[in-house]
Structures are given as structure tokens and as C-alpha cells.
Design a protein around this ligand. Structure first.
Ligand code: NVA
Length: 304
């Protein structure tokens, strides 16, 4: 594959994404074949924000591949405050073979990638969450016969998770509908990226504000209405977003077969507890697949 980092969803083409999904499936099916794949490699995990799934799935995934990981949490404050990102990058590269980073600004990832000279993986930024999206499409590939016939709707706050989901869906040729209040539509820059990708793949992108016109969908995805680092008025957010809650009525209206959530879920806000705990929810499968998808990313970056 012709990339050295895993930073943003618009850097991949369909063939590369399908290759990653297939590799993830293979690792999941026969992890014993990959036990030494990262032998002698050390991966630093640099997290500016809290994490459960990303931290643990990377840590255990790296160990499953025979590698070694070191976690640096929030004790050093925001990147760039105590020392320059460029110096963090150069220092980490002296000792480690790759950096997995969760950051406030996508720009920090780009700087780490530019100055470290070792692979950098986006473990969530303000703009993207590509590891999550890859796990999500691995999950949909497992649950459906034909990934390209899936129709996917994201309902709620347009954010890092929906950006990655949308760009990866459209790259894979999957029709994508974004349903959100009109006060919070996607940014002009993201809309331009979306249009470019859908023009290339032929997949249809729709943004609507009237939830009643969502139409039939294979899967409905939602995420928190207030992301980490957002400085929003909670009462105002609840008022604006409550009509966009994902619940059993919406599943019925869309004939959706699956409900997806990256977690942590804010039960009875963006999704009802009843639905989150129901047979429609594949949130646990998505969480499990984080590890296999990330193993595929690590392996691909190390073996090229
Ligand atoms: N949009 C959420 C995702 C958490 C995994 C956030 O950035 O906080």
C-alpha cells in the first residue's frame, strides 16, 4: 500500500479500504498466524483525551501481534503546551517504531507525522476517527452479504465520527444520509471533501434536516451530541437534538436492520437505552472489531 500514516479518511481509495477490511477479517479469524508480526516493535500511544475502547483495543491488539506498547495519558497536558509538537515527535521517534495519537487538533497529528519519520495513526482528532470507521465497515461487512448494497444513515451531531464514517462510506460506494438539525450542518470544507469523494465513487450523499424524510436504511448510526472538548450549553443541545433521538420508532420507519454507536453512549439522549440494549444494536461487535481493524492498520504500516 502506498501510504505511511493513517491520519484521515480521504487518504484512502476503495481498494485500500477493502484490503484493510480483508486483512482485519483474516487476523480475526486466525490470530495465531500473526503472533510475531510486530515482534521487536514498540508503539507509543499518546492520548490528550480520555479513552476506553481505543486505548485498550490498541494495547491488547499490539500485544497479540507480538509488539510492545507504552501509554502516555493526559498527565503532560495538551500537546504543544509543555514542549513543541516537533520535539515530542523527534524524541518519540528515537525510541519507538510508531505513534498512535488521540489529539485535540488534526494539525498536531500532521506535525507528528511530518517530524517523527515513523508511522502515525489517528486515534481520534477534532476532525476524524478513521480507526472507528474502519471497524464499523468491518462490522457491516460481517453482518451483510454485500457491503456495496448497504444504505447508511448517521443521525445526530455532525462530528469526527460522522466525518470519517461518511468519507469511508462514500469511498466504498455506500450511499450515505446525514440527518441533523439545520443549526449544525457539516462544514463547507467537509462538504467539499464529501462531494469530491462521491463524484469519484458514484455513491450518493444526502444531508437532510427533516428526520421524517430519512427513507429506508440498512443501518442507523449515532454518536454523542457533545464530543470531548466541546464547549456547549447542555440544555440548549438537548433541546436542539431531542427530535433526532435514535429510537425504536425510527428503526421501524426506516426498516433498519442494524443500529450502530461508537460508544460511549449517552442513554436516552442520542439513543434510547431500550434500543441500545436491543437485538438491533451492533455496538459491542463494533467495539470488538476496533482491535482487529487496528491490527490490520498497524500491520499494513509496518510491512510495506
Ligand atoms: N465524537 C466523540 C467520539 C468519542 C469516541 C468525541 O469526540 O468525543
Amino acid at each position: 500500500m502506498s501510504y505511511s500514516h493513517f491520519l484521515a479518511d480521504d487518504q484512502f481509495n476503495k481498494a485500500q479500504l477493502l484490503e484493510l477490511i480483508n486483512l482485519a477479517k483474516n487476523i480475526k479469524q486466525s490470530p495465531q498466524n500473526y503472533q510475531q508480526a510486530l515482534a521487536g516493535k514498540s508503539v507509543v500511544m499518546l492520548f490528550e483525551k480520555p479513552s476506553l475502547r481505543t486505548h485498550i483495543s490498541f494495547d491488547i491488539g499490539i500485544q497479540k501481534l507480538g509488539g510492545h506498547s507504552v501509554y502516555i495519558g493526559q498527565q503532560n497536558g495538551k500537546l504543544g503546551e509543555r514542549e513543541r509538537v516537533i520535539d515530542v515527535a523527534k524524541n518519540l521517534a528515537c525510541w519507538s517504531d510508531a505513534i498512535v495519537a488521540r489529539v485535540f487538533n488534526q494539525k498536531s497529528l500532521e506535525e507528528l507525522a511530518e517530524y517523527a519519520g515513523i508511522p502515525v495513526i489517528n486515534a481520534l482528532s477534532d476532525l476524524y476517527h478513521p480507526c472507528q470507521a474502519l471497524a464499523d465497515f468491518l462490522t457491516l461487512a460481517e453482518q451483510t452479504d454485500d457491503l456495496s448494497s448497504v444504505k447508511l444513515a448517521y443521525v445526530g451531531d455532525p462530528n469526527n465520527v460522522s466525518n470519517s464514517l461518511m468519507l469511508m462510506a462514500l469511498t466504498l460506494g455506500i450511499d450515505f444520509t446525514l440527518v441533523c438539525p439545520k443549526e449544525v450542518g457539516i462544514s463547507t470544507a467537509m462538504l467539499a471533501q464529501t462531494k469530491t469523494v462521491s463524484a469519484q465513487s458514484g455513491a450518493k450523499f444526502t444531508q437532510i434536516h427533516d428526520i421524517d424524510s430519512i427513507g429506508e436504511q440498512t443501518a442507523i448510526y449515532t454518536d454523542t451530541w457533545i464530543s470531548m472538548g466541546d464547549d456547549k450549553d447542555t440544555q440548549q443541545i438537548l433541546k436542539t437534538f431531542m427530535p433526532y433521538q435514535v429510537n425504536h420508532q425510527l428503526v421501524k420507519k426506516t426498516s433498519a436492520r442494524f443500529v450502530m454507536h461508537c460508544q460511549p453512549a449517552h442513554l436516552n439522549q442520542e439513543i434510547t437505552q431500550e434500543l441500545f440494549d436491543s437485538k438491533f444494536s451492533v455496538a459491542t461487535e463494533q467495539a470488538e472489531n476496533r482491535m482487529w481493524a487496528q491490527c490490520a492498520v498497524l500491520l499494513t504500516l509496518f510491512i510495506q
